[in-house]
Design a protein around this ligand. Structure first.
Ligand code: COA
Length: 535
């Protein structure tokens, strides 16, 4: 037992100011999620209901086991990205329990532009598949989609990570025995028809679901053949004549019941590979995190106080506490799951980087998952740092983190900048999941530094060309750069672009992590093979 000691003063003015600022951010987070949950415009939702269909979120609720959590991925994708398209990108993705088994659930929202795929829809669908693949989760895709949103072609059609990847992932997952199931709830055209056609088992709804590579209008335009939706691709036709679908349902609820039966018969659920101890609440109240995180980005947060409110029993066994203290490394449990945590406490120095690499190596040897809690302005710069070999020591940390083949998670709690963002398991290093708190920010550099850097480049140009600019002109030049970098770094910009999987309330962190670890623990352990460590 190593129960952390808190020195927090709950009655300080600073605590109160931080808390008020954080609570406003939490209200904003919930408002954004609520807006995303609405789906398409009133008119489209009314029409959908008049057609006797469940709305997409009603479909998810009916599919899940009673009381199952739904861990939603990329909930806020596409926020403000396209005209007339609500947050969410016309698709819902998340993990929940179906017939007692965790599944990835992917649902088109036909109330948004006929459930068509925008660039961001493709990215969100593909991201959900990659998580499913990594965790060997059956995928249930509830299809009702007009295929590609044609005006967004460059972001849908040609590249890896776009629509074609959806097919590729389905097929490769199927080849690895990861079940692919689809329910066809409405007219599904082109890509929307291929998704169910490429599944292992497909359910279609009579007089409601339809699948065709080209709809009636397109067929008429191409061949002058006149044919109605049901004849061309309805449930009866596909279940009796073409054999494209496997089960004919009477309505949404019936299709969902059939799907639950299919999942109930997928064979054994993989065993949990880790010993999970009984969960203990932290000794210190996690709600106090709101008052701990500095509301003013110019002042650092005491991240040790956060840690004491995240791990079971506030019990944290620290490694090398007296060395390289700008990174805190150690072991604790979250809801019973053991985890190795790396948490920033200042800028990364050579000592901290080497300590992190050593710690990561040990966690890999012991099959302990890693949580990177990022709040870092980057690696130390300057002559002393360079002479001390910061580049080779930083490289060791990045090599260890990259090659660590234990489940890895990234949680950005404050500003995460430059190579610091990357070394703390940025998105490119494929963490199993990447979360941000509403206070999380990430960019190549901070707004002030970016504005100063670009202004200094201009200074040099002026000098070279024998011209000059006034202080006012210099400030006027810096202001928009600062703003652009601020907007870029915002957690919701990351969420909008699917650069992170979710923005979470600090109070949700323990639940989210426990769900993620429960899923990862049901995959086979891997041996980490490291690249050359530059000594
Ligand atoms: N690309 C761009 N916009 C599309 C679209 C597409 N493939 N399919 C539908 N839309 C838009 C419609 O223009 C409409 O936009 P609006 O809300 O601004 O008016 C909105 O999506 C809803 O379409 P609507 O036809 O009113 O909805 P619906 O529920 O009655 O029918 C479909 C939905 C998908 C069956 C029908 O729109 C359709 O057949 N679309 C063409 C699908 C197609 O041929 N896709 C080929 C892609 S490769």
């Amino acid at each position: 037992m190593a129960v952390m000691k808190s020195l927090l003063n709950r009655n300080s003015e600073e605590f109160r100011r931080n808390e008020a600022a954080y609570l406003a951010k939490i209200a904003d987070l919930h408002a954004r999620r609520a807006a995303a949950n609405v789906g398409g415009p009133d008119k489209a939702r009314r029409l959908h209901k008049e057609r006797g269909q469940l709305l997409p979120r009603e479909r998810v609720a009916a599919l899940l086991d009673p009381g199952s959590p739904f861990l939603e991925f990329c909930h806020l994708a596409g926020e403000g990205m396209y005209e007339d398209v609500p947050t969410g990108g016309s698709i819902i993705t998340g993990v929940g329990l179906v017939s007692g088994r965790p599944c990835m659930i992917i649902v088109n929202d036909a109330t948004v532009k006929g459930g068509t795929y925008f660039g961001i829809t493709c990215k969100k669908h593909v991201r959900a598949q990659r998580f499913a693949w990594q965790h060997r989760l059956p995928c249930i895709t509830m299809v009702q989609s007009g295929g590609a949103f044609l005006p967004d072609q460059p972001n849908i059609f040609p590249d890896d990570g776009q629509f074609g990847s959806i097919f590729y992932n389905q097929i490769r997952m199927s080849s690895e025995g990861i079940a692919q199931i689809a329910t066809v709830h409405g007219p599904s055209t082109a890509g929307g028809a291929y998704i169910p056609a490429l599944c292992d088992e497909t359910v279609i709804i009579r007089n409601q679901g339809a699948m065709f590579l080209g709809g009636p209008q397109l067929v008429y335009a191409a061949t002058k053949e006149e044919v109605d939706v049901e004849t061309l691709g309805g449930g009866e036709m596909h279940s009796r004549i073409s054999g494209v679908t496997d089960h004919l349902a009477e309505n949404d609820s019936h299709a969902i019941a059939i799907t639950r039966e299919i999942v109930a018969n997928l064979g054994d659920i993989a065993r949990q590979r880790w010993d999970v101890l009984p969960m203990r609440e932290p000794v210190y109240d996690p709600r106090e995190i709101y008052g701990i995180v500095s509301h003013d980005t110019k002042f650092p947060t005491d991240n040790r106080e956060i840690l004491a409110r995240l791990v079971d029993g506030s019990d944290f066994r620290e490694f090398k506490q007296l060395y390289g203290d700008t990174i805190i490394c150690g072991w604790g449990r979250i809801k019973g799951f053991e985890i190795g945590i790396l948490l920033n406490s200042g800028v990364l120095f050579s000592e901290s980087a080497v300590k992190a690499a050593h710690f990561i190596d040990m966690c890999c040897k012991r099959d302990i998952p890693l949580l990177f809690m990022a709040d870092v302005s980057g690696f130390m710069v300057g002559r002393d740092a360079e002479e001390g070999g910061i580049a080779k020591h930083g490289a060791k940390m990045i090599t260890a983190m990259t090659c660590a083949d234990v489940p890895k998670y990234t949680l950005i709690i404050g500003g995460s900048y430059g190579a610091g963002y990357l070394a703390m398991c940025g998105r490119a290093f494929k963490p199993n999941a990447m979360m941000m708190w509403p206070t999380g920010r990430a960019a190549i550099m901070g707004p002030e530094q970016a504005a100063n850097t670009l202004a200094m480049v201009k200074d040099d140009i002026h000098k070279r060309e024998g011209t000059s600019w006034t202080n006012e002109e210099r400030e006027a030049y810096k202001a928009p750069v600062r703003k652009t970098f601020e907007d870029f770094a915002n957690a919701y910009n990351f969420a909008r672009n699917t650069w992170c999987d979710m923005v979470i309330d600090p109070l949700e962190t323990r639940d989210v992590m426990a769900m993620l670890l429960e899923l990862a623990g049901r995959t086979p352990a891997k041996t980490s093979k490291f690249g050359v460590f530059r000594m």
